[in-house]
Every structure is written in structure tokens, then in C-alpha cells.
Design a protein around this ligand. Sequence first.
Ligand code: GCO
Ligand code: MN
Ligand code: MN
Length: 391
Amino acid sequence: MPSFDPTPADQFSFGLWTVGNVGRDPFGDPTRPALNPDDSVRKLGEIGAWGVNLHDNDLVPFDASAGERDRIVTSFQKACADNGVVVPMCTTNLFGHPVFKDGAYTSNDPKVRAFALQKTMAGIDLAVELGAEIYVFWGGREGTEADACRDPQVAIQRMREAMNYLTSYVKDQGYTMTFALEAKPNEPRSDIYLSTTGHMLHFITTLDDADMVGVNPEVAHENMAGLSFVHGVAQAMEAGKLAHIDLNAQKGPRYDQDLRFGSEGLKEAFLLVRLLEGTAGNARYTGPRHFDAHAYRTEDQAGVWDFARGCMRTYKILQARAQAFDADPEVKAILAEQSCETADPLLGSYTSEKAAELSATSFDVDGIAKRGLRYEHLDQLMIEHLLGARS
Ligand code: GCO
Ligand code: MN
Ligand code: MN
């Protein structure tokens, strides 16, 4: 039995806000004490995580003085170095303070939009100081309840203006930084703009520096919209736009649950790991495997580390299961039989000659339609690998 212990090559990362989650929810107070960022890093190093991510204010309090900021950052950098933990990604908290109650980059108030840019530039500077090269944008407050408050087209234009401003800032400073846009359909707003990874992928094509911008899809968020997460991630990968990923689990299209990776939706988790690891032959995703999840509210501090170990362990088990599935001769035989990889001379790029030939071709449609595809068997084989009944 392999150990499934994490190694730095796995690139497993956690946000300070994930392992530091105190168990507060809209109905109840914290159930565990706040963790000091330096202690989180020490413990993350101990359990074998590779990276730690943060919002500006997870590390530096909103109202910290310049001196306090520098002291905190220096101490955190030392904690990271001492424990062999890197900071791959940072992001800005543009949702916590009441000033952002009606959005940050999309607010109707130009002063709020300007403050959001100022806060993001400072967050990018902090990220660079910590060595991060990925910057996530999650616009939790960029949405509405009273939708008549602004033209949703204007919201998109303001979002574009902000992204263009900030990629220019990065270039002007000579930083190396990729932006990763994270979609969510709702919560905390009733409706959030650019609500799915698909919306984000198109939006990116309209930006001045589209080559600097990708997506950060999250399992829970795509599930909240009732969509296939695997298909969303695949579209991002195919477009060369998977800049980062938020791994967690979600039970149905409800409120955002941010559960331990693989704890719900095992089949989707299996297919996701298979896709990310490229065990079926596709190009592997090479970026961080970030767990944007938190422990159940029932847990004490020990339970938080059970949760974190569980995320990494489940990922590695699913990786091994996916490798076994794709190496299974029965699976290979069905896939080979069904993929009809031999090039059909009627297909490929259009030429008027080929089109004329295609128009004149007759097809045995009934014969083709009669053929069973053996997907029941294929899916059952996958379930048996998932359940450990085949190896
Ligand atoms: C959520 C979001 C957040 C963001 C994070 C980064 O759970 O609704 O995913 O966790 O990822 O705040 O900005
Ligand atoms: Mn997230
Ligand atoms: Mn979430």
C-alpha cells in the first residue's frame, strides 16, 4: 500500500483563511480560536503542505500601521523559510469591510472603485514581497440584490477597466504575475457578475493583457450553479487558462460549503483528478493544487489538521485510482473501440472539394445508430476502481 504522504512535488497549498477558519457561520459564533499566521505555517509544514496562500488582511490587519505591517511580514517570511513553506498565491479581501457592501471594482461610487484599486495594488506588492506569482480575484461583493441599481453591462465594463488598470500596474512595476479570476454565482450577493468559469473565460478575451490573465475555478462554485466542474476546468485547460484551482467539495446546489476535498461528489472528484493529472493521456496541469475548504464547525484544532491531511490524502488516493483506471486493459479496450481515432477523409479542414464529396456521400445511419457504446460497462469499471474492487 503506498503511503499517500504529501511531497513538495504535489504542490498542495492551503489558504490562511482555510486552516484558520474559526467555524463562524451566519447563525453561530466561532467554535475554535483564531490561529496566528506564523503558527499556521509551522503546522502546514509539519503535515507536509507545500504552500500557503493569503488575502492581504489574513496576514496584515486592515488598519495596521506601516511599521506593524513590516514587522508582521518579516516574521511571516521567517516562519515560511523555517518551515519550508512557499507562498504561491495571494489575493485581496475586497468583501469584508463595509465600504465594499455594494461592490469594489463595480461599485457605483468612484471613490470605492479607486480605494479597491489602491488596496489591490498594495496587495500585489505584498504578494511580490512574499514571492507569489499568482494573484487571485474573487469578487464576492461584485453583484446585486436590487438589480436596477446599475446596468449590468456597466458592471462588466468597470470590471474590465479594473483588470486593465491592474495588469498595467504589474507591467509598470516589472513584476512577474498571473491573474486568476474566480467565478461564483451567488453568496454573499444574491447574484454575482461573471458567475461561472465560462463567463470568466470569455471576459478574459476582452482584456488588454489577456495573456496575463487566467481563471481560478472552484469545485463548490460551479456545483452551486448546477454545472459540471470537470467540463469547466477542461475548457480552461484547453484554452491554456487554468492559472490556479480551488479544490473542495459541495453537496448539491446550496450555499457555498467549502467542504474537505473529495468528501462529497466522489465521482466528480475522481474525474477531476484524472483530468488534472493527465492519466488519460491529456497534458497535466502543472500549477498549485490549492484546497479552498475548511473543517466542519464541529471540529477543534486537532480536527482542523485532520481535515487538512484528509484533503491531501484523498487527492493522492484519487490520483492512484485514476492511474489504475487508465492502465486497466478493459478500460483501454473500450476507449480504443469507441474513440474511432482513425482520421475520416471526409472530416478535417474545409475545402470546397471535400464539402462537395461530403454532400454526395450516403450514410448507413441506421447501422451506425444500432451500435451499443458500452458506456454502462465503462462507468461500472470506474466505480469499481473508485471503490477499490479493481486494482
Ligand atoms: C468562497 C471563495 C473564497 C475565495 C477566496 C479568495 O469560498 O466563496 O472561494 O474562498 O476563494 O476568498 O479570494
Ligand atoms: Mn475559492
Ligand atoms: Mn467557496
